[in-house]
Design a protein. Structure first.
Ligand code: AHR
Length: 501
């Protein structure tokens, strides 16, 4: 049994705002992530609005998705935007060479993406093609989307049905340029980025956040370093990708269900590495800012791919990256979100990979059927953190240990919402033992506490199309307030969000 945990929430030392974009989603043209999962076409028997599944749209709207990234991923660096505009029956069919080698009809293009984003109430993050595209193509795409004068590109957008400009919140140049995006050296990419970014002119005010493609994970640091030291054109952020896998090597992946406790422990220990990775990059960025006498924390870290990556679901196309989603994924999500809140001054955006049917998805579909995953429920429970003021915490927790793998048993973060409530997010990483937590709120006196909990009967508890509610949040009445002190017991393998007023 781990020792009781003690938590102090410093409402007396408010920190930076947790950018709502930290709750972003990634929707790549991959497998059934978009085709089938989000978009089924107007003629589908599945109830839809202009081709978008009504059930999926309603669920994502309810999630308050602030931002969605598209079209990739690796897909982005082979995507030519002209393939996806104009009458659908005239659009070209390409091969999706990255993901399963399937035919890609391009019926979901720029207009459909913005329609989707607007239907769910999200801002748009567009990833431009540097790998096989040109600066001219990326600049013209931006003009097509955001232009407001009487140019041929703007007229073309209007002829295609969109009068007023689309709003591009983030414009990224290339993706994983160290790998699928072109196998570039950091120095070469930094030069390319500066050249391209110079020409991304737009009528949109303010213009999009300009994003450079960065490192794979915290143990690769050359892109962050080289980009920070060679900023010439506008660069508001640098991306970082880090996926949770089973082993020390990328190739070693776990089963999404039916795993053993070693799998549970390894996956969570790997998840917690996110903290050190962010710190390494944050420190490097601060050092570069200091050295160049530029304002600090101006360039954000944009973790635009994160989440679990397991073996493909049995019987699925391995290129479609389909996997089930269990209470382990829920604890992974909560632990990551707690880490992102800690670095609210640097981490300005994240997008979990990916929204529907791909990797650590919010939603799974099969034909007309849809199910919400445990990860969806965590994002739903954590909604109050969007745009809230982060609050520093002191957390002393015992450890959860399995074999030689040891990690803190409890993960936590706290914030103050715009309405003045204090929210505390907690996860118990131990699959067997409850975690007793005694908490103090410094600088505020709360009179009421309410909460929600997500847990499961087994380490791989999950929802299926036949049993969609096996893992779902319920009210948590286990937190007690007495004399300004909060005490609670977190059940094993659980996620709890408390609201104090
Ligand atoms: O999310 C799936 C893929 O993972 C993305 O396309 C790529 O950027 C990363 O390697």
């Amino acid at each position: 049994f781990a020792a009781p945990a003690s938590l102090t929430v410093h409402a007396d030392r408010p920190g930076p705002t947790i950018n709502k974009y930290v709750y972003g989603q990634f929707s790549e043209m991959l497998g059934t992530g978009i085709y089938g999962g989000i978009y089924v076409g107007e003629k589908s028997p599945i109830p839809n609005t202009r081709g978008f599944r009504n059930d999926v749209i309603a669920a994502l709207k309810e999630l308050k998705v602030p931002l969605v990234r598209w079209p990739g991923g690796c897909y982005a660096d082979e995507y030519h935007w002209r393939d996806g505009i104009g009458p659908k029956d005239k659009r070209v069919t390409r091969l999706n060479t990255n993901w399963g080698g399937v035919e890609d009809p391009n019926t979901f293009g720029t207009h459909e993406f913005f329609d989707f984003a607007e239907l769910i109430g999200a801002d748009a993050y567009i990833n431009a093609n540097m790998g096989t595209g040109t600066a001219a193509e990326a600049a013209q795409w931006l003009e097509y989307m955001t232009g407001n004068q009487d140019t041929t590109l703007v007229k073309e957008r209007k002829a295609n049905g969109r009068d007023k400009p689309f709003k591009v919140a983030i414009y990224a140049l290339g993706n994983e340029t160290w790998g699928c995006g072109g196998n570039m050296r950091a120095e070469y990419y930094a030069d390319q980025y500066n050249q391209w970014a110079t020409f991304m002119k737009t009528a949109q005010q303010p213009g999009p956040i300009m994003l450079a493609s960065g490192d794979r994970s915290g143990d690769w640091t050359d892109f962050t370093k080289v980009l920070m030291d060679n900023r010439r054109a506008p660069m508001d952020g640098i991306s970082l990708h880090y996926y949770t896998v089973l082993g020390d090597k990328w190739e070693i992946k776990d089963n999404a269900t039916g795993f053993n406790e070693e799998g549970w422990a390894r996956v969570l220990a790997n998840t917690l590495k996110m903290d050190g990775y962010i710190k390494t990059h944050d420190d490097m960025m601060s050092a570069a800012e200091k050295k160049s006498d530029r304002p600090t924390k101006k360039v954000g870290l944009y973790i635009d791919e994160w989440g679990t990556w397991f073996k493909p679901a049995p019987g699925s196309n391995p290129g479609f990256l389909q996997q089930q989603n269990t209470i382990r994924d829920a604890v992974v999500a909560a632990a990551n979100l707690n880490i992102f809140h800690k670095y609210a001054d640097r981490v300005q955006m994240t997008s979990i990979a990916q929204t529907v049917n791909v990797l650590q998805a919010m939603i799974l579909t099969d034909g007309a059927k849809m199910v919400l995953t445990p990860t969806y429920h965590v994002f739903h429970m954590y909604k109050p953190f969007q745009d809230a003021t982060s609050l520093p915490i002191d957390l002393k927790t015992g450890n959860y240990t399995f074999g030689g793998i040891t990690m803190p048993q409890v993960s936590a973060s706290a914030a103050k919402t715009k309405s003045g409530a204090i929210v505390v997010g907690l996860a118990n990483l131990d699959p067997h033992n409850a975690a007793v937590v005694s908490a103090t709120l410094a600088g505020v006196k709360a009179g009421k506490v309410k909460g929600e909990i997500l847990t499961g009967a087994t380490m791989d508890a999950h929802n299926t199309f036949d049993k969609p509610d096996t893992v779902h949040p319920v009210a948590f009445n286990g937190a007690k307030l007495a004399n300004g002190k909060l005490s609670l017991s977190l059940p094993p393998k659980s996620v709890v969000v408390l609201t104090l007023q």
